[in-house]
Every structure is written in C-alpha cells, then in structure tokens.
Ligand binder design. Structure first.
Ligand code: XLS
Ligand code: CA
Ligand code: CA
Length: 439
C-alpha cells in the first residue's frame, strides 16, 4: 500500500521532542492511560467525505485540491482509487476507523437500481480492504441533502415521494453498514428544517421525521442490524433552522416521540459553537442524560459564523472534551471522527496527513491532561464541597423529597442570614492549565 501517497511513510510516535513534522508527539497508540491504551480511548476515525472527496470548492472559487486520482475520468474508476487511497492513508496514519455517506463511496447512477449496483460494487471493495488492513467502520450514513431532490428536505419534505425515496436510500446504506460490520449509524438532518414558517407545517414535518426514525429502528430489528443509532445535532446550515438544533432539542424530540431508548447523539464540536454552546456543554448535557454516543472531532473559527470544519488543535477544548468522555466511561461503540477538512490553501495531499496528525496529537494530549486532572480529583472535590449543603440538613431533605414549600418557608424564617462561598473560577482555570502544561 504505497501507491497514492508515496511521499509519506507510516507516521509513528517519536515523542514530544521530535523534529520530524510527520511523527506523533503525543499519540502513542499502545501507551496505557489507566486501564486502556490510547488507541482504545480515542477510537480515531477518518471522514471519507472530507479526506477523499473534498475539492476545496467554496462559494467564491472552484476546487484547488491536487489528488492522486485527478487524471481519472470515469466515476467508478475514481471511486475505486479513492477507496484504495483511503486505506493507504489510514494505514499510514494509524487510524483504525472510518465513516462514510453513501454518495462518498460510489457515484449515483441514472436511477436507484444503478446507484445501488455502484454502491454494492464499492462496498465489496471496501470489505476486502477492511479485511486486509483490520480497519473498521465506525459509522455509515446517507446523504439526504446534496441532490436537488432534497431541496425541501428528506423525511420532512412536503412531498411524500421524497419521504419514500429517502427511506429507500437509508434502507440501502443501513444494509451496507451492517454488511461492513459498522458499529453505528448516523442521522444528520441537514435539510430537515425550514427556510420560512410561512410555507411550513412544522407539526407534520416533525411528526414525519419521527415516523421515519421509527421505521429505521423497525428495519434495523428486521435485518438484525445491532449498531447504535445516532442523531447529530446542528442548529442551521444549510437550512435556516434545523429541527435537531442542539443536544437539548434532540433530547426533547426523542422523548416526545418515544425514541430515546433507540438513539444517542453524535456531537460535533463546530455544531456546538454554531448553536451558541461550548463543545463541553453539549458533551456534558448528553453525558448526564446517558445519551453521549460519538463525537465529530473538529473545530470552528471563533470569528466566523459558519461551519468551517477545521482540524481540532485547541488543547483547552480537547482537554475538556476528553474530561467529559472519560467521565462517560469512553465513547465505544462510538469514537472520535475527524469531520474536518484541510483549508482551501492547503491543497497538497501531504496536508491531509498534517491535518490528521494535528488533530490526533491534540486529542492525545487532551486525553493525558484530562486523565491526570480527573485522577487528582481537584475539580470533583471542589464541586462536591460546593454542593455539600445538599448532603445534610435541609438540603438533604430537599433532595430526598421530604419537604415542600410549607416546611421550607418555616426553615427560611429561622435561617435568613445566608452565607456564600466563592466560586473560585480563576483558581479552577489555573488548575486546568496546570494539567495541560504538564501533559
Ligand atoms: C455536516 C455534518 C455531516 C454529518 C454526516 O455539517 O457534519 O457531515 O456529520 O452527514
Ligand atoms: Ca459531522
Ligand atoms: Ca460540520
């Protein structure tokens, strides 16, 4: 496997003092952190769409990326070259998982029959490459947003034929995901939302989205697909408002429609920021509700209001993300999928390696810092003490449900002098920094 990226050999761990730009400084796959190796903690995954398919096209300019298959013209030849290149890339980067949309791996045909035939052919090739390399499928998903047929949405389209067509596509990708041993299946509703309420039956659209997801659950049972179903929240882009706005909206939706036992969430860092939350907030909310399933590891730009899907390099953010993930007991069967693309100006194949390397080292560093932070219990002890009034006296009675307003009012009459303690934010930030410096 040295055909597509001959300029790069396998990227290895060389430690933090290495001068080699193509070596890991922190990611040492077999290094034990607690009772798991780094590889087991982090479960890195490559996103097929960005790494193999993105051309660097933007609203103002055409593609810039130079790729090894540029000279090929037949769509199926390109698809095969991409598949082989994907596995060469993952082997060289030591990435153990990948994720794909149906349209990333194979070109659409003239009709569903042709599209499915193309998919089957490439899926067979992927299966073979997976067997050769031991690389696994983290999740599959269906692209229900690029083609003009989805211009009004997929399962939330006002047109029932689009609902049916979308079902056919999800059914097929689910079958392929099952056949490839995929550990999860993702639903991201890029066009499941609206542009204006003036033309929108919001109630029917949300009911239909739920109907669609129930049908997916039923079909998975029918074919024996046991992977975890994940919903990926995003507040907007491409539509003005998306129903899976953020983790809180998804929790409400899943509970309203009786889907909360069958789904967890796939949290993308950049989507959290678009929703006006920190990445840690979204991870925390999902975790405390038992719904943290997987992560799309990337970052946005603080000055831009759109989804830039950059490789994650911010150590503060990766540390606090790993802190939540460790408290979650890990992500498996989910993982850390680099839903990230190189910048348009980083158009050379080698930039794909630099991008993933940056992200992998940033998360490995975050893991080390978060592990030590948790081991020290400095934050946990502080928080426990901060809420200790609920472990005794009136607080304990509140928690145990032993008092109501009447008893509380009586108690308050006798305890009107309230004593606070400092929140110590600056001290706590210094503690977090200390573990980041030391990792
Ligand atoms: C787009 C989403 C998408 C999902 C999978 O913003 O991140 O790529 O992860 O459809
Ligand atoms: Ca994503
Ligand atoms: Ca994104």
């Amino acid at each position: 496997m040295n055909k597509y990226f001959p300029e790069v050999s396998k990227v290895l761990y060389e430690g933090k003092d290495t001068k080699n730009p193509l070596a890991f400084r922190y990611y040492d796959p077999q290094r034990k952190v607690g009772d798991k190796t780094m590889e087991e903690h982090l479960r890195f995954s490559m996103a097929y769409w960005h790494t193999l398919c993105a051309s660097g096209v933007d609203m103002f300019g055409s593609g810039t990326a130079v790729r090894p298959w540029d000279k090929l013209t037949k769509p199926m030849d390109i698809a095969k070259a991409r598949a082989e290149a994907a596995f060469e890339f993952m082997v060289k980067m030591q990435i153990p998982f990948f994720c794909f949309h149906d349209v990333d791996i194979a070109p659409e045909g003239e009709n569903l029959t042709e599209t499915f035939k193309n998919l089957d052919e490439i899926a067979a090739l992927l299966k073979d490459l997976m067997k050769q390399t031991g690389i696994k499928l983290l999740w599959g998903t269906t692209n229900l947003f690029t083609h003009p047929r989805f211009l009004h949405g997929a399962s939330t389209s006002p047109n029932a034929d689009v609902f049916a067509y979308s079902a056919a596509r999800v059914k097929k990708t689910m079958e392929i995901t099952k056949d490839l041993g995929g550990e999860n299946y993702v639903f991201w509703g890029g066009r499941e939302g609206y542009e204006t309420l003036l033309n929108t039956d919001m109630k029917l659209e949300m009911d239909n989205l739920a109907r669609f997801l129930h049908m997916a659950v039923d079909y998975a049972k029918e074919i024996g697909f046991t992977g975890q179903f994940l919903i990926e929240p995003k507040p907007k882009e491409p539509t003005k408002h998306q129903y899976d706005f953020d983790v809180a909206s998804v929790i409400g939706f899943l509970k309203t429609y009786g889907l909360d036992k069958d789904f967890k969430v796939n949290i993308e860092a950049n989507h959290a920021t678009l929703a006006g939350h920190t990445f840690q907030h979204e991870l925390r909310l999902a975790r405390i509700n038992g719904l943290l399933g997987s992560v799309d590891a990337n970052q946005g730009d603080e000055l831009l209001g759109w989804d830039t899907d950059q490789f994650p390099t911010n150590l503060y953010v990766t540390t606090l993300a790993m802190y939540e993930i460790l408290l979650n007991g890990g992500l498996a069967p989910g993982g850390l999928n680099f839903d990230a693309k190189v910048r348009r100006g980083s158009y050379e194949p080698i930039d794909l390696f630099y991008g993933h390397l940056a992200g992998m080292d940033a998360f490995a560093h975050g893991l080390l810092a978060a592990y030590k932070l948790l081991e020290s219990r400095e934050l946990e002890d502080f928080v426990a003490e901060r809420y200790s009034s609920y472990t005794k006296g009136i607080g304990e009675k509140i928690v145990k449900g032993e008092v109501g307003f009447k008893e509380l009012a009586e108690y308050a009459m006798d305890h009107q002098e309230i004593k606070h303690t400092s929140g110590r934010q600056e001290l706590l930030e210094t503690i977090v920094n200390k573990y980041i410096f030391e990792a």
